[in-house]
Ligand binder design. Structure first.
Ligand code: AFP
Length: 363
């Protein structure tokens, strides 16, 4: 059966014992989140067999506050996260990528000291193609514990997170978790219905030769991103002196997990296409939780103009540029942005930063 492995339940209880003054509230919240992830995993894995694919609502599909067409599983996952947590008494409020406003705790339920923000199904545009998707969540302390949360209570920088995690619904269902003491990953054992600790103390290699970016946006990139990607593509013949590999799954949770297992760089930078919105990815329930996990695993997460977790949110669904992964590569990308901001020319004359040709040379 368990072969001496630790279940998530045991892990949480042992963490609770180490936390002085712990009441069990936090442990209860983590149980409820993990239960929601198991229910979502079950729905995702059934796919077409249970009519889970396709868009939500009538033929044209409904859209969320992001202006994105909602998939059936977006709505189902959102409902599962809400219904698994709203009654527990651990929360003062919730916020979801799929909901315009935050979700208050109804008066019939006790109010707790935590805030839960989440993207119920990240990567959902991939779901009909059977590509890995996931649930991302972040836990904050409510400044006004025990009362109903206000919108302002959610607008905290990522450095205030007490916990971040994501479930990855892939060939196996994983739960990746940090409470500020490193990163641990659990694999769902469907035979016993429990998450089992399989990847303790995950750490990201500081060096990598793999990057992930949506290259179809190349013509919109800022010069430091163009410079970095062009040098990677130049490989052995360029200033990096080695070949690089490229990935793009269009499911950030899957990219983040790959980077946790073998290093790498993920880039969704500010570009001319997303500048007016501030970026593509959402700060509170995508960039911050992933950033917390990446930093806790020894990596770095930046916007290009600073640390992701230092950004002070101005609104619930604020978007930011996100660049994260192996420390030495992210530090290089940060330096390229600083050169650009300072108006410095690239030092290597082989860098085609100002070349007129595209990344994908035809000759
Ligand atoms: P969806 O949840 O709408 O599929 O978006 C996924 C995502 O937020 C993130 O997980 C991906 O890395 C990124 O968007 C993909 O964006 P592009 O579709 O522009 O490549």
């Amino acid at each position: 059966m368990l072969d001496g492995r630790t279940t998530l339940t045991q892990f949480i209880i042992e963490e609770q014992r180490r936390a002085t003054g712990a009441t069990g509230d936090f442990s209860g919240l983590l149980y409820d989140i993990s239960t929601a992830c198991k229910i979502i995993s079950n729905a995702v894995s059934k796919g077409a067999l249970a009519g889970m694919l396709g868009v939500h609502g009538e033929a044209g599909g409904s859209t969320n506050i992001q202006g994105e067409t909602q998939k059936k599983l977006d709505v189902i996952s959102n409902d599962v996260m809400i219904q698994s947590n709203i009654w527990s008494g651990h929360l003062a409020g919730m916020a979801s990528e799929e909901m315009d406003d935050f979700i208050p705790i109804p008066p019939q339920y006790p109010h707790g000291k935590y805030l839960l923000v989440f993207d119920p199904l990240d990567g959902s545009s991939n779901i009909d193609a059977n590509i890995s998707v996931g649930t991302i969540f972040s836990i904050l302390m409510c400044p006004n514990a025990g009362a109903n949360a206000t919108l302002e209570d959610f607008l905290q920088p990522g450095t205030e997170q007490v916990c971040a995690g994501f479930a990855l619904y892939g060939p196996s269902t994983m739960l990746v978790l940090t409470t500020g003491n490193g990163v641990n990953a659990f694999t769902l054992d469907r035979d016993i219905g429990e998450f089992v600790l399989t990847h303790p103390n995950m750490t990201i290699p500081a060096e990598t030769s793999e990057f992930a970016i949506n290259a179809s946006n190349e013509r919109f990139w800022e010069p430091p991103i163009r410079r970095y990607v062009e040098e990677c593509l130049a490989g052995k013949t360029g200033p990096r002196g080695r070949d690089f590999n490229m990935r793009w799954i269009a499911s950030m949770v899957a990219e983040a997990y790959r980077i946790l297992t073998r290093g790498g760089v993920f880039l969704y930078p500010l570009d001319e296409k997303t500048r007016s919105k501030g970026g593509r990815l959402r700060l509170l329930y995508e960039a911050n939780p992933i950033g917390f996990i990446i930093e806790q695993a020894g990596g770095v997460a930046i916007t290009g103009r600073g640390r992701v977790m230092d950004v002070m949110p101005g609104e619930l669904h604020q978007r930011v540029p996100v660049i994260f992964g192996s420390k030495s590569e992210i530090e290089r990308i940060a330096a390229y942005h600083q050169d650009y901001i300072d108006g410095k020319e690239p030092t290597t004359d082989s860098s085609p930063l100002f070349s007129t040709r595209s990344l994908f040379r035809t000759q």
